[in-house]
Design a protein around this ligand. Structure first.
Ligand SMILES: NC(=O)c1ccc[n+]([C@@H]2O[C@H](COP(=O)([O-])OP(=O)(O)OC[C@H]3O[C@@H](n4cnc5c(N)ncnc54)[C@H](OP(=O)(O)O)[C@@H]3O)[C@@H](O)[C@H]2O)c1
Length: 222
């Protein structure tokens, strides 16, 4: 039985990760930021903790509650999306919402959670996006989101150097039918998460700092 932490698990990909890891018999600690989300986690027999990743004190509170844990797998899943492109100046609110959730929260979590992953020789996975690639960009759609995921990828690959006993990796889930991905996305959340779990299980030392698609294929460019 592994111990798994999922940060940002109230719905969508995070909630499905909790469901599948619990179904596999793992011990799961998972976070949500409101009571309805916490209830959904408890219904899956996960240990539910309240965390808003945009609040550094809340992330520190998580670390405090995890004191002494050894985490075989930790996942940073929390994320928000933006759609506007480069013909519209981002508002400060939109920029802060995306960068605080997608980047600052991860950078707050890394120094506090990665040592617990190192203690287990485990894996710390960050759910990123193919939209965070710099090579082969086809449009500016989701401009601020793209910037945030590219920044997240950099945070992960750089932080790997400070946690050599853990594998840190940025994984894209594909385009998935969730509130964020919308009903037209080709991948069911159960299929994306099953593939992500398989890829996570197969991560080896050679994948330290890697940026991979949900099925384990490396992106041709960052
Ligand atoms: N769906 C896709 O096609 C797709 C593609 C590429 C990458 N991704 C990435 O996959 C991850 C999960 O996306 P999803 O499709 O499952 O999206 P989703 O259904 O919109 O769920 C987003 C999750 O992030 C949580 N979250 C947002 N802000 C938070 C905060 N300040 N503190 C704590 N949790 C917060 C949400 O919690 P609340 O319920 O409290 O809002 C929710 O659990 C994201 O990082 C996203 O960028 C998704």
């Amino acid at each position: 039985m592994s111990t798994v932490l999922v940060i940002g698990a109230s719905r969508g990909i995070g909630l499905e990760l909790v469901r599948q890891y619990r179904e596999a018999g793992d011990r799961v600690i998972a976070t949500a930021r409101d009571d309805a989300g916490l209830q959904r986690l408890r219904a899956l027999d996960a240990h539910a903790l309240k965390v808003d990743v945009t609040d550094p004190a809340s992330v520190s509170g998580l670390a405090w509650q995890l004191d002494g844990e050894k985490l075989d797998v930790a996942l940073y899943v929390a994320g928000v999306y933006t759609t506007a492109g480069a013909t519209t100046p981002p508002t400060r609110e939109e920029f802060d919402r995306a960068l605080h959730t997608n980047v600052l929260g991860a950078m707050q979590a890394i120094p506090q959670v990665a040592p617990l992953v190192e203690a287990a020789g485990g894996k710390f996975v960050f759910v990123t996006s193919g939209m965070g690639r710099i090579g082969g960009v086809g449009s500016s759609f989701g401009w601020t989101y793209r910037v945030s995921k590219a920044a997240l990828n950099m945070a992960v690959v750089a932080a790997q150097h400070d946690y050599p006993q853990a594998i840190l990796a940025a994984l894209s889930p594909g385009w998935v039918r969730t509130d964020m991905g919308g009903p037209g996305a080709p991948l069911a959340v159960s299929d994306s998460v099953a593939a992500l779990r398989k890829t996570i299980a197969s991560l080896k030392a050679q994948h330290k700092g890697a940026f991979l698609d949900y099925d384990g294929r490396p992106f041709e460019s960052w």
